[in-house]
Write a protein that binds this ligand. Structure first.
Ligand SMILES: *[C@@H]1O[C@H](CO)[C@@H](O)[C@H](O)[C@H]1NC(C)=O
Ligand SMILES: *[C@@H]1O[C@H](CO)[C@@H](O)[C@H](O)[C@H]1NC(C)=O
Ligand SMILES: *[C@@H]1O[C@H](CO)[C@@H](O)[C@H](O)[C@H]1NC(C)=O
Ligand SMILES: *[C@@H]1O[C@H](CO)[C@@H](O)[C@H](O)[C@H]1NC(C)=O
Ligand SMILES: *[C@@H]1O[C@H](CO)[C@@H](O)[C@H](O)[C@H]1NC(C)=O
Length: 505
């Protein structure tokens, strides 16, 4: 009996010790998810971080601990683009811990299965809805929905400082920032804020090691000039048209106002018009696609197009995962589709599973998101924001970050026509760094998975070769969609884990 008491005392002591060293907020722990009957392979947390008390400005995150070694593995922040798109897009459709099997009836929820290629296999993942107004993030003062690149970076930085305070056990893990599409702007601007904050001695110090950008926008000129060579190389336009358009535009396809150039570009647009711009090999999910237009003429042309004889099914979240064809990022306000065309249907992409799941009251409760009555419906991409592209070209950000020793992986799905790899390849090359790993195939599952080129200063450019339709995995059978990890989950996890480990890809 005395022995038992001693054991009990010891156990109580041990428990007390465990409880006091366990510092992640237990109120954020997710214990159950309707639709998932298995055991969580690691801990999941979610909730709000208030970054401005006075305004009631709250950013929402979903945190998945690594399924390998959470105390040592990198912490990786994931950001979908837009501007205006929820990072739960990445969670549901790309590299989150679950695969979602659509519901069989209108009244049930999707079934959740574990995703064998989840990025949480090798890293602690933070999915952040940013800026406020996106996904489940909100502010009580709607003036916060008027925002831009730099404010978004400052706010996300404020989030990170508070988040690492709440989860102090992760402060010393290597930290990476990642994202795709318009996050090609979010990632380097936020990384620069973090570097600046560390220099100023802000606490906690963030252990930033590097960043990853997938099919990201970077620079008006490089991205704007990427489409024509892409379309030619992929066999979407003829040699003859390529010759004519190159001559007419004199190599400047992105802000050339000569009528001759415009005329030739219109021909290019016509040729690629009905493709699924997110993966030219894939069919559109429904409707015909608006695949090419000129952002200079926004919004009037688009409004007319939507209302007139031309049936134009415009995807509200066109900006979300990728950037529209021929729409180089230009300084100034970035129009959102839902602002322009409130009720047209959306071509190519199916977001029903995410929308149904994240608007279910039981799910919202389980993942600590505010109720619909309080913050409105979850949308893949919101039209609430008035967003200004005010950070200019990303090239000097990339240069400064890589020259300061931060590692960068710039990757492209090579069949994406929104932000074609040709632009990312060109701007990474334009930095003028010495090539230290010459263009070569990289291998996954014993097959060529794409190509990579390694530069000095730890800058790597990489492509992922598109899958053909028949070899899609189970995940893709449910989800006819486009972004990189979504289409090639196994290959994506391969290059991702090799990059994080610092080994040769
Ligand atoms: C499910 O919803 C769709 C769209 O609202 C509707 O067309 C269909 O009839 C519904 N099916 C059932 C079984 O209620
Ligand atoms: C919202 O914030 C703006 C800018 O700080 C401020 O001028 C305004 O009074 C606030 N509105 C409310 C309702 O608090
Ligand atoms: C290219 O230009 C030539 C000469 O003007 C013209 O004959 C030809 O039809 C054009 N081809 C295409 C595909 O536009
Ligand atoms: C990059 O560094 C240079 C030199 O320190 C500085 O002048 C420039 O403003 C920096 N650019 C960015 C985008 O931080
Ligand atoms: C590249 O990253 C490695 C760590 O993976 C580091 O040891 C090395 O110093 C970095 N090189 C440069 C040029 O920054």
């Amino acid at each position: 009996m005395r022995f038992l008491l001693k054991v009990l005392a010891f156990v109580t002591l041990l428990l007390g010790f465990l409880i006091t060293t366990e510092s992640a907020p237990q109120s954020a722990l997710i214990t159950k998810l309707p639709g998932f009957s298995g055991t969580f392979p690691s801990k999941h947390y979610s909730g709000y971080v208030t970054i401005d008390k006075e305004h009631g400005k709250n950013l929402w995150y979903y945190f998945v601990e690594s399924e390998m070694n959470p105390s040592k593995d990198p912490v990786v922040l994931w950001l979908n683009g837009g501007p205006g798109c929820s990072s739960m897009d990445g969670f549901v459709y790309e590299h989150g811990p679950f695969n979602f099997e659509p519901a069989k009836t209108n009244y049930s929820l999707p079934l959740l299965h574990l995703n064998p290629y989840s990025w949480s296999k090798v890293s602690n993942m933070i999915y952040l809805d940013s800026p406020v107004g996106v996904g489940f993030s909100y502010s009580k003062n709607e003036s916060d929905y008027i925002t831009g690149d730099m404010k978004t970076a400052v706010d996300s930085h404020a989030f990170l400082l508070k988040w690492f305070q709440m989860f102090p056990e992760f402060q010393s893990n290597p930290f990476y920032i990642s994202g795709e599409s318009y996050a090609g702007v979010y990632v380097p601007t936020l990384a620069s804020e973090v570097v600046k904050g560390n220099k100023e001695g802000l606490k906690p110090a963030l252990n930033l090691k590097g960043y990853l950008v997938g099919n990201g926008v970077a620079d008006s000129m490089y991205d704007g000039n990427a489409l024509v060579p892409f379309a030619h190389g992929m066999g979407l336009i003829s040699d003859q048209l390529f010759e004519n358009v190159t001559k007419a535009c004199n190599g400047n396809f992105y802000d050339n106002v000569s009528p001759d150039c415009e005329e030739q570009m219109a021909k290019v647009s016509m040729d690629i018009d009905r493709l699924n711009i997110y993966n030219i090999l894939e069919p559109c999910y429904h409707g015909t696609s608006l695949s090419a237009f000129d952002i200079k003429s926004l919004p009037s042309t688009l409004l007319q197009l939507g209302k007139t004889e031309k049936p134009l099914a415009v995807r509200k979240r066109m900006f979300g995962r990728a950037w529209p064809v021929r729409a180089p990022i230009l300084p100034g306000i970035v129009p959102s589709w839902s602002q322009l065309l409130a009720d047209v249907s959306v071509p190519c992409i199916d977001d029903r599973v995410a929308t149904a799941w994240l608007n279910d009251p039981a799910i919202r409760k389980a993942i600590h998101a505010k109720e619909e009555s309080e913050i409105g419906r979850w949308e893949l991409c919101t039209g609430k924001l008035s967003f200004h592209h005010d950070a200019g070209s990303m090239i000097s950000f990339h240069r400064n970050l890589t020259l300061s020793g931060y590692r960068a992986l710039i990757y492209s799905g090579d069949h994406d026509m929104c932000v074609p790899f040709t632009g990312s390849e060109a701007w990474t090359h334009s930095l003028g760094y010495k090539v230290i790993d010459e263009w070569r195939a990289w291998i996954s599952n014993d097959q060529v998975a794409g190509y990579t080129e390694g530069y000095a200063n730890n800058l790597t450019f990489l492509t992922i070769k598109a899958l053909n339709h028949n070899s899609l995995l189970k995940l893709e059978k449910w989800l006819p969609r486009h972004t990189v990890p979504e289409y090639k989950p196994r290959e994506a996890l391969d290059f991702y884990s090799r990059f994080l480990a610092g080994s040769k890809i």
